[in-house]
Design a protein around this ligand. Sequence first.
Ligand SMILES: Cc1cc2nc3c(=O)[nH]c(=O)nc-3n(C[C@H](O)[C@H](O)[C@H](O)COP(=O)(O)OP(=O)(O)OC[C@H]3O[C@@H](n4cnc5c(N)ncnc54)[C@H](O)[C@@H]3O)c2cc1C
Length: 456
Amino acid sequence: MKILVIGGDAAGMSAASQIRRRQPSWTVEVFEMGQRVSCALCGSPYFISGLIKDIERLVAVTPERFEKERGIKIRLRHEVTAIHPARKSLTVRNLDSGQSREENYDRLVMATGAEAIEPKGLEAGPAGLFYLRSLADAERLREAALGAKSAAVVGAGYLGLEITEALVRAGLSVTLLGRRPAPSFETELQNMAQMALARPEVTFRPGLEAVGLARAAEGGLEVAVSQGRPVRADLAVVGAGLRPRSGLAAAAGLALGDRGAVAVDRCQRTSNPFIYAAGDCAESYHLVSKKGAYIPLALGANRQGKTAGLNISGLREKSPGVLGTSIMKVFDLALAGTGLGLEAARRAGFPYAVKTVVRQPSKPDYYPGGSEVVCVVIHDPITGRLLGGQLGGTVDGVGQRINTLAAALTAGMTVKEAAGIDAAYAPPFAPVHDPVIIACEIASKNSGSGGGTRRS
Ligand SMILES: Cc1cc2nc3c(=O)[nH]c(=O)nc-3n(C[C@H](O)[C@H](O)[C@H](O)COP(=O)(O)OP(=O)(O)OC[C@H]3O[C@@H](n4cnc5c(N)ncnc54)[C@H](O)[C@@H]3O)c2cc1C
């Protein structure tokens, strides 16, 4: 059997590794248009800030090791330009020689990832304008930051906030443009993000959209904004969201989901029985809404790649599904979320969903080093079912707490059941009644006649 993989990062390399482990006699070949495979893109903001000095530390496994230890053929700087499902083949262009050739497959894995949304007027290209989608982008941005004093960051979602902190730590002053900070979080946590940005090196201009870019007469760039004077900066970085890189799939006639991601079943099979898709280019199965969702995150990409590989190898395995559990840091603030937010829950078929907000200390008052944790719990008051949760506070305060909520959601618990979790207590770690447990307890008092007890 000959298996071809398009894209050599989290999803693609997980699939390739699983197949070679289970079927060592099969040919597995990966086409990657970039210079590296298996990169920890998540670490790139910390390279830009200077915290991580050597970018190669962000490469988990080198192409040489994949070839030598796992027998996977890696073709770097090879871009797949077309899929021909009828003859089970690909067109591949060698980006160094410019030559194209056709390659046949028995099974194909699409792991092409996501691409950055380019706001109108800020299309990639001009010198001084950066997008962050690869380690090569991170190297270029770090290089430019070393010679710069100021930056404009477009987009105040998790990417924009992480880039803002990275550039400030690299010594730049930053003007941040975005409608709201941390828009995927509830208002209480957005307010915390706004406060975390209130520092001398950051000018946050909420409500403004970047609409164009020009070279400033005196050097550097001018970012035109929807209202008022343009923002002058030595460089500009756009982190305005992602969309699935699914153009190849669409051109090959594969079915796409609502958000344009490749539609897959829980075995990662696409609408073509010989083609699988995994990672940021594909849909995920959401464990709360029980529907397809687009959630481009690293753990899900790795797991989907593994599932695709197992199924291609002959096993029958389902992807475990996702909750969108995520965590981020901006300066001294950590924000984390799992499951559905309030509006998303109401849209997903829980029209009576409510949220409970508590503010609690992360450690007993008498123990040094504690801080306030804001815990938001979203639940269905009719059934008591937990639907989502969010946390804001210090890295220490929020850290692993979000995983308690993620585990409760995975188990399908009601808020009453979650409030009954036998959580650990010792003063250096948590108060005897943990903030997450208190939030679920209070939420359970706001449930219907069942009091949030699950009926089976
Ligand atoms: C700055 C940053 C920070 C992040 N931080 C976090 C975090 O903290 N936590 C988290 O969970 N997630 C984070 N993510 C998201 C995480 O990196 C992705 O979810 C993960 O990389 C997805 O893996 P993937 O293999 O699906 O896609 P990708 O990593 O995008 O890889 C796709 C690969 O396919 C290649 N490719 C695409 N098209 C072709 C083609 N036609 N031919 C050949 N090759 C092709 C690309 O070059 C790329 O290497 C972050 C992302 C970025 C950019």
